[in-house]
Design a protein around this ligand. Structure first.
Ligand SMILES: Nc1nc2c(ncn2[C@@H]2O[C@H](COP(=O)(O)OP(=O)(O)O)[C@@H](O)[C@H]2O)c(=O)[nH]1
Ligand SMILES: [Mg+2]
Length: 465
């Protein structure tokens, strides 16, 4: 937080920041970014045009030439100039495309710092874009998501957020609320004259509408979060039923140790797989054995339960065909975790004699060892999410916990306003709660913000972004 305060103060001092924007290490090309009032001035001091005569041309947005420092040519570079306010940060930006040697990158960085720039903090370019009104907070967060996106869906959500789908919705809702707030506060000023200018029915309708929209966004978080971070799938069951074998088969390599000794998997193991643009995080857990006296095994089982709690999907594996026992166990687990999707799987199908073949409802037969039924299982898992995603196709999906929490608070206060409106409570009280709800909505877009929020968001960025 202190760092952020310092950062904001420095911004007021108009300092110039620099960072290597490309990943660390060597490559064909690297990009060094400079932003701030002195960025062009600094470049002018160290740039030598191709012909060796001309200086950096501000009129041209791209210059080809050399970086020369203390009479030594450091590299042949391309310089991109973005003059304020038409730049990412809203300040003068210079980007240097140099050769991707680690030596050259570090040398250029040192030279530019020597000329008066300062090494940028994580996310500082984007922070400046926010502070200069180029993007709102919600869009700034989406940029981090775009950089981190691994799958079609996480990428799509991030792009939509960057293009302002959430921001526009929130700004619109806030505008309507502010209109009513101003009417209420206006009426408050004239209350003695019994000035009744608010259409309460219309206001109630607006509240209903806003609460519904926010509740939809809150609901979308479950899927948004799962798709962004990966859908977590826990494989659970008794020892030796073949959980680790199934885990390895799903991941297509020997990740987990398989043996016929019960209690082999002591700690859980996690690995991910992307199927049809969705990331799944499979978790192989310690077998549930309530009779064990082994301390380590007991700890492992405790972790199995905490994994069940955190997972979106449970694969409950059995290696027997006792229908009653299986259904009872599933019923018990479902009662404990009512919102989890539980798939029942009977493994070691290869061991069943033909005449015993069973076809229980909602049970997937597999042979993890020989690969039978694995595709069907994957189809069932992916299909489950496809249905949920299709529902969300045309609606806005939120992926940030910060937004989720703010929307929940906003709904709480708006519901209170609605209740009080119905009870015909004094407008003073309505006004306080509307203001609180507006604050929570404003925090999402950054219309209302504080250093703690900014520090939390931008510290997650890498340097150079
Ligand atoms: N016949 C047969 N054996 C299996 C199958 N899946 C697992 N096993 C065996 O069952 C034993 C326990 O497997 P493992 O994956 O370690 O079980 P876990 O304790 O549930 O993780 C090992 O000997 C596996 O080879 C299967 O589909 N068919
Ligand atoms: Mg195991």
């Amino acid at each position: 937080m202190l760092k952020m305060l310092k950062m904001l103060k420095m911004l007021k001092n108009n300092d110039t920041i620099v960072a290597i924007a490309t990943p660390s290490g060597y490559g064909a090309i690297a990009v060094i970014r400079i932003s701030g009032v002195n960025s062009i001035k600094i470049l002018k001091k160290i740039f030598l045009s191709f012909s060796g005569k001309k200086k950096l041309s501000e009129k041209r947005s791209i210059n080809l030439g050399y970086i020369k420092y203390k009479n030594k040519i450091i590299d042949k570079v391309l310089i991109f100039i973005f003059k304020k306010p038409k730049s990412y940060t809203g300040e003068d930006i210079v980007e240097i495309s140099c050769h991707g040697s680690i030596y050259i990158q570090n040398k250029l960085l040192a030279i530019i710092i020597d000329q008066g720039a300062r090494l940028a903090n994580p996310g500082e370019f984007t922070l400046r874009a926010f502070l200069n009104g180029k993007i709102d907070l919600c869009q700034a967060e989406s940029i981090l998501d775009i950089v981190n996106s691994e799958t079609d869906f996480s990428h799509e959500f991030a792009i939509n957020q960057m293009r302002g789908n959430i921001s526009n919705l929130i700004k619109n809702l806030r505008k309507k609320l502010i209109y009513f707030l101003s009417l209420i506060e206006f009426e408050l000023d004239f209350s003695e004259e019994n000035y009744n200018i608010i259409n309460y029915l219309e206001f109630k309708k607006l509240l209903d509408n806003i609460i519904k929209k926010l509740k939809d966004l809150i609901k979308s978080f479950k899927i948004g979060n799962a798709l962004k971070n990966g859908i977590s799938v826990s494989i659970i069951g008794c020892p030796n039923v073949g959980k680790s074998t199934l885990f390895n088969k799903l991941l297509k390599y020997e990740r987990s140790i398989v043996s016929n000794i019960a209690g082999t998997t002591r700690n859980y193991i996690e690995d991910s797989l992307i199927i049809n643009g969705i990331k799944y995080r499979f978790i192989d857990t310690a077998g549930i054995n309530n009779k064990t006296k082994n301390y380590i095994e007991k700890l492992g089982i405790k972790k199995t339960y905490s994994n069940i709690k955190k997972s979106d999907i449970i694969l409950y594996v059995f290696d027997n065909f006792n229908k009653k026992m299986i259904y009872n166990k599933k019923k018990k687990l479902q009662k404990e975790y009512p919102h989890k999707k539980i798939f029942i799987i009977i493994n070691k199908y290869d061991l069943i004699k033909q005449k015993q073949i069973i076809n229980y409802k909602n049970i997937i037969n597999i042979s993890a060892k020989y690969g039978y039924g694995i595709n069907k299982l994957l189809y069932k898992i992916t299909n489950f999410y496809k249905k949920m995603i299709n529902l969300k196709k045309n609606s806005i999906v939120i992926t940030q916990t910060r937004h989720y929490e703010s929307f929940k608070e906003a709904v709480f206060y708006l519901s209170k306003v609605k209740e009080n409106l119905e009870k015909k409570i004094f407008p003073e009280f309505l006004s306080i709660d509307i203001r609180t709800a507006l604050d929570y909505l404003g925090k999402v877009t950054g219309e209302v913000t504080n250093e703690e929020i900014l520090s939390n968001i931008f510290s997650k960025f890498c340097i150079g972004k």
